[in-house]
Design a protein around this ligand. Sequence first.
Ligand SMILES: [Zn+2]
Ligand SMILES: [Zn+2]
Length: 353
Amino acid sequence: MNEIVINLHMHTTYSDGHVSHAEIAKAALHTGLDAVIVTDHNVWVNGPEDYYKDGKRRVLLLVGEEIHDQARIPQKSHLLVFGAGRELATLAWDIPRLLTEVRRAGGLAFIAHPKDPAAPAVGEGDISWEDWQVQGYTGIELWNSMSEFKSLLKSKLLAIHYAFNPERIAHGPDPEVLSKWDELLVSGQRVVAIGGSDAHAIPARLGPIHRTLFPYEFHFRCINTHLLSPQPLNGELEHDRRLILDALAQGRAFVGYDLPASTRGFRFTAQGLEKTVTMGEEISAQKGVTLQIRLPRPSEICLIKNGQKIKTWQKHETCAFITSDPGAYRVETYINFLGKRRGWIFSNPIYII
Ligand SMILES: [Zn+2]
Ligand SMILES: [Zn+2]
């Protein structure tokens, strides 16, 4: 399998971001990403989708959209749409119909920042997802950088502390979002988890200090979605867009917090009698399955089955677990960084049936 590192969910000057598509591509080239997906609020920007190059390096910039009903107060329930190739924000007021049209257009829909709490200290409202009864979405944004930042803003002083020390923000996905995901998986729904930056690059001023908070390059080194593809990217827009959408649709993916240490190389597979599968795929429980986990460096590893932690390994780089019990199996790993235990890798499930 070929690993494709992408950063997704970000904004340009077409909505409330502060740079252009070309500047985002430049930041992505500097940080060594393979692809980015730009998602402006309620506008599908038709045109900038392409490969951007710098010498021998290249990065694929795809354009999706983040849709929500602007007439709704407060403006909750944001939906990320990838690969639809058309404007769909006019359907924001009717989420079931919007989801149907996304599918009809060949696109994928992910629930953005499922929990995005209010931060009264900085005048920000709660824009969590409210419409859990809907069906037909591909997955959820399990870990969103800016929601986590908001969740830490208990006072103006803390807001300043984290805004100027952004490397101290990330600890892991919100526990409520993790348990909601597990609840959906246990109910039998296949829900793909992705990680998003929600990058805006906010200009800020503190007395005489002018600074851009959370520049794109910083985000691109933090929470990325790592995809696995049977074929490598070949530099052709149509072909590579397809590979990325296929991996996202299937959930051949993990969320990696790449700042403490690169998560490139993480693998979670299941070997049965006749085949080997990876994240997002299914395998029969008959005659037993060996789950194998491989990390780029030793760390704490938790194996979770149907929302329950069934085994933990400390300081392991590889481990295996044999089972014949059906269920949705997923992996979480933790790493020590800046004096704290922090979430590092969150895999999509392997479904043993
Ligand atoms: Zn949003
Ligand atoms: Zn956003």
